[in-house]
Design a protein around this ligand. Structure first.
Ligand code: IPD
Ligand code: CA
Ligand code: CA
Length: 261
């Protein structure tokens, strides 16, 4: 089985096209110019070039859709459909030559994510989901893990960003996990892949505050379509507004919420 709706095909095509440049630039990483966009947030020439290829391909196929993309911002058009793009999620890894980053593209219809793709070009792993049609990794159906006790789990997180005003809270949450439950906590450096790995059952849960919509848009539909939960830190639906993402296999949701408090 595989997903092959018209929008999914457009997203796959755009990602494959952009990934060629990404793979080439990754091989020549030392030649990239780097400028500082803000603490802990580098913007590379590659981010901008990849974004351009993605946007051109998506606009060619769907000229009326609106766009929200990390580097370029908002392109207003059709009110009901919007692409949400992070051209490289895991830029710091990319810059350091660590082969763990991804292109992330989500599609919103009437403010709800209906399709998502997260493509790791180095491992050639394409995670795709569509509302009502499940989540897939390279055409194989994926499901969240089935572990029901936090003590048996591996949990992912990221940050905190040096500049974030909630840095203290983020550190407290990290300390809670390290001291209340003695389980492995990993920071792999790509929020999009963190979410994709929850969807694929490679890790059991993920939490992070201060993410942007483009970091997690595609990940949200992947986790949900793989049978997982995406909530804010209180178990509610305000995860975009509150910028607090908690994704898990559904079975450890309550335990995670308790530990985060
Ligand atoms: C970052 C990554 C990272 C997360 C940061 C994000 P970028 O995105 O997703 O894992 O911890 O909060 O900003 O800057 O590489 O696109
Ligand atoms: Ca990102
Ligand atoms: Ca990015």
């Amino acid at each position: 089985m595989k997903l092959s709706s018209a929008n999914i095909n457009v997203m796959i095509m755009a990602c494959r096209k952009a990934s060629k440049l990404l793979i080439r630039d990754f091989g020549e990483i030392e030649k990239l110019q780097v400028s500082l966009k803000g603490p802990g947030n580098f913007v590379t020439v590659a981010d901008i070039k990849v974004e351009k290829i993605l946007i051109e391909a998506l606009q060619k196929a769907r000229p009326n859709y609106s766009i929200l993309s990390e580097e370029i911002g908002e392109i207003d058009n059709d009110k009901s459909f919007k692409w949400i793009i992070d051209p490289i999620d895991g830029t710091a890894n990319f810059l350091h030559g660590i082969p763990h980053f991804a292109i992330s593209v989500g599609l919103e219809q009437n403010k709800e994510i209906i399709c998502g793709i997260i493509y790791d070009p180095i491992k050639d792993e394409m995670f795709i989901a569509e509302k009502g049609n499940g989540a897939y990794l390279n055409n194989q159906r994926i499901r969240v893990s089935s572990r029901s006790k936090l003590k048996d789990c591996i949990i992912f997180t990221g940050g905190p960003k040096q500049s974030s005003k909630d840095k203290e809270l983020a550190l407290k949450e990290y300390n809670n996990f390290s001291s209340k439950v003695l389980i492995p906590i990993r920071k792999l450096g790509s929020a999009a892949l963190d979410m994709a790995y929850v969807a694929a059952g490679r890790c059991d849960g993920y939490w992070q505050r201060n993410l942007n919509y483009w970091d997690v848009a595609a990940g949200i539909i992947l986790v949900k379509e793989a049978g997982g939960y995406v909530t804010d830190f209180n178990g509610g639906n305000e995860y975009i507004q509150n910028k607090t993402i908690l994704a898990n296999n559904s079975k450890i949701s309550e335990e995670m919420i308790e530990v985060l408090k």
